[in-house]
Write a protein that binds this ligand. Structure first.
Ligand code: DAH
Length: 340
């Protein structure tokens, strides 16, 4: 029996040398330790051993069994460790590799200006009200006190879609639309795109405006000037002052053009303000009583002010942009200059 076991031990060591994976380990177990394996086979051999030698033989078989089991477990540990090391190596992350950079975007200058205007007025209780870009003649002109054949229609070259429908020429349609669905007191800002058949370095067939409208009891031109003072300080800096000049718009009476003191030279006169110290920035006035009447609001009880700002014009002044086309080309070299 001793000899048989020695031979088997040698073979086992040889087989063990070939155990290097879960599969070969399972094969080893099958060969030696499974029910029909070689080690239980030795136990069966014990039957053929003379009775007086059986205890000694049984003992060495047992010792061998323990040894094979220990070898099996050690091999299992080895294989597990090797597989873990292989997996770690495969999943290793090279933290020295440079990260992928994602270029940061920036808000468009028109968005920056629009947000600044909204921020200034939101603090005074205004809400944003959006009106349609395609509207009818009624909301864009007639009810704003610009009847058909009124010469003021010549001020704006209109894109007509049909006899009645048009691309709005001004955000002033937001005045009528808001008064149609809200009761005074109301304070709205209506930003958006407007369209006119006009194109040169400072005009584009599509551009942006921001309309403002306040309707309440006892509103006067002073309220307009007070609120615009706040706005221009926000847009152009604390020292900026406003000046109202008489003007004409069909939907306001009186109407004004609003100038700001030149933020470039502080009012002394420079090329930006063409030596005058003042820059025109928007139009406005006291809402014409006909407009209130056209919206079912009694002008003897309520009054209001309105204004309209060209966003491109403010952006061009503020950032020193000399051609309006730059704002619509989306050239990254231009847009990147507004990155904060
Ligand atoms: N809608 C005018 C324009 O496009 C701007 C304007 C002027 C709007 C006076 C107003 C206003 O609300 O009161 O030229």
């Amino acid at each position: 029996m001793q000899k048989v076991i020695e031979a088997l031990a040698q073979q086992m060591q040889a087989d063990l040398a070939g155990v290097n994976s879960k599969e070969t380990l399972a094969g080893f177990w099958q060969t030696y330790l499974s029910k029909n394996g070689k080690v239980p086979g030795l136990m069966k051999e014990l039957r053929n051993v003379a009775p007086e030698e059986r205890p000694a033989a049984g003992k060495i078989i047992n010792e061998f069994k323990v040894q094979v089991q220990a070898e099996y477990e050690a091999a299992a540990e080895r294989i597990k460790a090797a597989e873990l090391a292989a997996r770690n190596a495969a999943e290793a992350v090279d933290i020295t590799l440079p990260a992928k950079t994602r270029p940061m975007g920036a808000l468009h200058p028109l968005t920056l200006v629009r947000n600044e205007i909204i921020d200034a007025f939101a603090g005074m209780g205004f809400e944003v009200f959006e009106a349609p870009e395609i509207d009818d003649d009624d909301h864009n002109f007639t009810r704003l006190n610009v009847p058909k054949d009124h010469p003021a229609r010549d001020m704006q070259d209109t894109f007509y879609l049909t006899d009645e429908l048009l691309l709005r020429t001004q955000t002033s349609n937001g005045q009528i639309r808001s008064m149609d669905c809200m009761k005074p007191p109301l304070k709205i800002l209506s930003p958006g795109r407007v369209f006119r058949s006009d194109s040169d370095a400072t005009h584009s067939p599509m551009f942006h405006q921001m309309e403002g409208l306040v309707v309440d009891k006892g509103i006067t031109l002073c309220d307009l000037q007070g609120m615009l003072d706040e706005l221009v300080k926000n847009l152009f800096g604390q020292g900026t002052r406003t000046r109202l000049r008489p003007s004409y718009f069909p939907f306001t009476e009186p109407s004004v053009e609003v100038d700001v003191s030149c933020f470039e030279c502080g009012g002394k006169g420079c090329s930006l303000c063409k030596g005058t110290g003042w820059i025109e920035v928007l139009g406005g006035g006291v809402v014409n009583r006909h407009v209130l009447e056209n919206c079912g609001i009694d002008p003897d009880v309520y009054s209001g002010f309105a204004f309209g700002i060209g966003i491109e014009r403010i952006a061009m002044l503020k950032y020193g942009i000399d051609n309006i086309g730059l704002m619509f080309e989306n050239d990254l070299r231009f847009l990147k200059q507004f990155q904060e």
